[in-house]
Design a binder for this molecule. Sequence first.
Ligand code: GLN
Length: 199
Amino acid sequence: MSKPVVGVFALQGNVREHLAMLAQVGVEGRAVRRPSELAEVDGLVLPGGESTTMDKLARAFDLFEPLQKRIADGMPTFGTCAGMIMLANEINGGIEGQETLGGLDVTVRRNAFGRQVDSFEADLDFAALDTPYHAVFIRAPWVERVGLDVETLATVTEGPAAGRIVAVRQDRLLATSFHPEMTGDARLHGLFAEIVRGQ
Ligand code: GLN
């Protein structure tokens, strides 16, 4: 593959930050707002933002079904925070009628860490990384169930949420509860770029 093209779902959420990180890891990032743009990408980032709004806008812009189809057909996809919720097969704590794109065999709990700890930061150990990854969580989900084909990449190690799963991979699908685009550490985007290159 020549330089891979990675889209960022751009109807809602942290789009610019992801595009900047993708540039750092040597892939071409492109905002995706319509089906014709989705058709041209080799992989996709579903950013953080608000999953209930993403769900509604994806439908309003006729992207919901094309997205579901490409994910089901094996398009590498990286869901972060609200994007993790969008990728999950099941959600707990969703609003009435909220649906997800699905593909990732997990159950996530929306706004899982509670109101008191709306946002927090934590250092996470990833087997694939030499040093801990500093993660920023904002009204984040956690993963309550992982399917047999899902690999847990990181859990919270300290505090009341210790042991909670916050990063997972299932083949070409990668998902984090936190915002990897906010700290300047491009290693997880690097891992995703490898998945895209390897397909
Ligand atoms: N709580 C948001 C949701 O349910 C996710 C927050 C985020 O992406 N930072 O979509």
